[in-house]
Design a protein around this ligand. Structure first.
Ligand code: GLN
Length: 585
């Protein structure tokens, strides 16, 4: 659909007409004319990748939310994959899963953790998805014989999706993070869509925040503004003019530098925001508050109805995070440990749970591929808890099974997530039930004892991408179980991403031997939680509790796991030095 706007905005008269129009149009008319009551902020990045656009977008959204505005964030990624579901974690880090089962970019995890709201399928769009929609429409004859082109057809579809969350009056502000760096060939249609929207929307309804780098040259002892100037010029060559520049820097920017950036980049000096390196990403909203990023945004968008920022819970969390009273060491047993982003949500959940326990959580990465019976004691020595990570495929699983056995036999707190739970089931089958061949059919399709089996509905699926058991499902918890105590509830909902499950043909055998299924899906009977009643903390979950942990609502399983690790640590300390410990008490 082509955009038909009453007038070119930017003029006072134009504004007036648009605002009057905005109030009077019905929903169809608003959609047709790209008119919504929401305001739109676009966050672009320049100079280099990894500057933290997601964190800046999430911090700005947090500040606006703290002032009473309803804010959401979405990510537009320029790659051709329809979604990141088929990407190897080494390529793109963790695949985040939303409530409605979308496999998305890990930045959506940050958005949820900061804002404490759910995102959805609509919050992550890729070039692949845009083209897929346009090509499907072309095949249906929707373009009436026209030549289908990047402009206007692809850019129209990008714009439609950019504005989508602004419909329905659910949000006052929709922030769109554009993945990649300005100047990337594949990002051009997204930047062009922003250009068109900057022109089409009322001036005060559209804001562009550009994140850049101000490097410090040690040899010259100087901060350099040239890369930022080039990056803004590149953006301007594409027709987009930034309203605010957020400058990542290792050193504070003095007024002179800010003035220089403002002058060369054609923004007001107050719109040059400094973002120095922070000790934790959770500090960034407070830093942006000090830099008045929210105030300048409100001013530029002419938002007048807001209150003082309410960030008390956030500040309490930050204080606990910065001044812990104890420390535990947790082993993260996985096969993608070279790349920290592969386990992003798990690592962030540890941070939330640690703060809740006023305890610093030091995570030690242990590569599961290199754990064996001979070295396991040495590799896992000194740990207060063991988390066996999710994953796919054969590599590293025997090391995971060995690690589970080690934790089970030593009363070391154990927490298995998805594949981690499946490994705990295999370990128990092999070493306690005497099923020497126990395995998952994912790794050994011919196994004599398929204690982990492909889910029935998965067997007929051939296509990859979006075809696993995905998203939120309910789970009924057995009264009196450790899980019921942890959740303080007997009905929960958690997010999933898997194809295999506990094979219920073996359930009775397992329960008789002490491993109980304390959580089941109420409709299908799929086992969602296993635990050992004879162990202080041994729990495995088929779902991903890390996907729902936020600063303001840490995942209960992580909170209790860290509490169990603290207990274990104290017991170890007493055992090492009983006299000293009794004196301390
Ligand atoms: N590979 C396992 C399955 O598909 C576990 C998946 C996971 O850990 N997310 O069931």
């Amino acid at each position: 659909m082509n955009t038909i706007y009453p007038v070119k905005t930017g003029t006072t008269l134009g504004h007036l007409i648009v605002l009057v129009t905005k109030r009077n149009l019905n929903k169809e008319e608003k959609t047709f004319n790209h008119i919504t009551m929401a305001k739109f902020i676009f966050v672009t990045g320049g100079v280099t990748s990894s500057l933290g656009k997601g964190i800046i977008a999430a911090s700005l959204a947090k500040l606006l939310q703290s002032r009473g505005l309803r804010a959401t964030i979405q990510k537009f990624d320029p790659y051709i994959n329809v979604d990141p579901g088929t990407l190897n974690p080494y390529e793109h880090g963790e695949c985040f899963v939303t409530e409605d089962g979308a496999e998305t970019d890990l930045d959506l995890g940050h958005y949820e953790r900061f804002l404490n709201i759910y995102t959805s399928q609509a919050n992550n769009v890729t070039t692949g998805r845009i083209y897929q929609t346009v090509i499907n429409k072309e095949r249906e004859g929707a373009y009436l014989g026209k030549t289908v082109q990047v402009i206007p057809h692809i850019t129209d579809e990008i714009k439609r999706r950019m504005l989508l969350l602004g419909e329905d009056d659910k949000y006052d502000v929709v922030i769109t993070e554009i993945g990649g760096t300005v100047g990337d060939i594949e990002g051009l249609p997204f930047i062009e869509a922003v250009r068109q929207l900057q022109w089409e929307l009322p001036e005060e309804d559209c804001l562009v925040v550009h994140l850049t780098l101000i490097p410090y040259l040690k040899a010259a002892k100087e901060l350099k503004t040239k890369p930022t100037q080039h990056s803004v010029r590149l953006l301007s060559e594409n027709g987009v003019h930034p309203d605010i520049l957020v400058c990542r820097t290792e050193e504070p920017l003095n007024d002179e530098i800010k003035r220089k950036i403002a002058q060369f980049c054609n923004v007001k000096q107050e719109a040059v925001i400094e973002s120095v390196d922070a000790s934790t990403i959770y500090e960034v909203p407070m830093m942006m508050l000090r830099e008045k990023l929210d105030i300048i945004t409100l001013k530029k968008m002419n938002i007048t109805s807001y209150h003082e920022p309410e960030l008390n819970r956030w500040k309490v969390f930050l204080d606990k995070l910065k001044y812990p009273k104890s420390k535990v060491t947790i082993g993260l047993i996985g096969k993608y440990i070279e790349l920290q982003d592969a386990y992003k949500s798990i690592l962030e959940s540890f941070i939330h749970a640690g703060a809740m326990n006023e305890c610093k959580v030091q995570v030690v990465n242990v590569h599961s591929e290199f754990i064996d019976d001979e070295n396991v004691a040495e590799k896992l020595d000194g740990l207060d808890g063991l988390l066996v990570a999710p994953g796919f495929g054969f590599r590293g699983i025997e090391g995971k099974i060995t690690a589970v056995k080690y934790a089970r036999e030593r009363d070391l707190p154990f927490f298995g997530i998805c594949l981690g739970m499946q490994m705990a089931v295999i370990e128990y089958g092999r070493n306690i039930l005497g099923l020497a061949e126990a395995h998952s059919t994912e790794m050994d399709p011919e196994t004599q004892h398929p204690v982990i089996n492909m889910m029935e509905e998965q067997k007929k699926i051939k296509a990859m991408g979006g075809t696993m058991r995905l998203g939120a499902f309910p789970c009924e918890i057995k009264k009196g179980s450790l899980a019921a105590e942890i959740y303080d509830s007997t009905l929960i909902s958690e997010r999933h991403r898997h194809r295999y499950e506990f094979n219920n043909d073996y359930l009775e055998q397992y329960e008789n031997a002490g491993m109980i299924a304390s959580g089941l899906n109420p409709e299908t009977g799929l086992v969602e939680i296993i635990e050992l009643s004879t162990h202080p903390f041994f729990i495995g979950v088929q779902y991903h509790p890390e996907l729902k942990s936020t600063v303001e609502a840490p995942a209960p399983l992580f909170v209790h796991f860290i509490a169990a690790a603290k207990n274990y640590n104290e017991k170890r300390a007493t055992a090492r030095n009983p006299v000293l410990h009794s004196e301390m008490i």
